[in-house]
Write a protein of this length. Structure first.
Length: 196
């Protein structure tokens, strides 16, 4: 990698770090190009060069954190040979990510991320394929072995992640649920929905 490429990567990281910091402190309205230049120390021209526009910055930020979340879920799931323990671990890992990275989780559960996910689903899927493949293989292997309900993997994923995402959104927006209680209760309840 050339020095110019290294500097470019450092610039991208500085902008994305600043963007998450701004998003955490001021929400989407506070995330502007002028605020990014002030916080990151990166010029407006560099931001436009690397990201195209503010939408590109937010999109890259969401993809960065989606990749990290999927990586954590894949690790939690595939580190268990037992289907039940794997499913329960992925539920706890998701809630742990939300607890430990609330700003990133808020972005990933935002209307912006929903719109991006709908508009660019194929591209996002291709971008995350290396992280998603082990999850799909694990689910398929356990389904074929009779250790998970005999439903297509996307349906199993929905049964597992749907309640967790709903719970996370509620905590992030209303704050009227307890993440620790969710981590105690949800894994077993979700396991029951996908056990054979």
């Amino acid at each position: 990698m050339s020095r110019k490429q290294q500097r470019g990567e450092v610039t991208v990281e500085r902008v994305l770090d600043a963007a998450l910091d701004l998003y955490a402190r001021e929400g989407e309205p506070g995330l502007t190009v002028s605020a990014l230049t002030r916080v990151s120390g990166v010029s407006t021209g560099s931001i436009y060069h690397h990201f195209g526009n503010l939408h590109g910055v937010v999109s890259a930020l969401a993809l960065r954190w989606l990749g990290r979340l999927i990586g954590e879920l894949a690790t939690a799931l595939t580190s268990h040979q037992d289907a039940r323990y794997g499913i329960e671990a992925v539920v706890r890992a998701y809630l742990g990510f939300v607890r430990d990275q609330p700003a990133a989780a808020r972005l990933l559960h935002s209307p912006f991320a929903d719109q991006e996910g709908s508009a660019r689903a194929g591209e996002i899927r291709d971008n995350q394929e290396a992280r998603l493949t082990p999850i799909e293989q694990w689910l398929e292997g356990h389904r074929k072995a009779g250790e998970l309900v005999d439903l297509p993997s996307p349906v199993i994923e929905t049964l597992v992640l749907g309640p967790v995402i709903g719970f996370a959104r509620r905590w992030l927006t209303l704050g009227d649920v307890d993440l620790e209680e969710g981590a105690r209760v949800l894994p077993d309840r979700i396991w029951r929905s996908v056990s054979p």
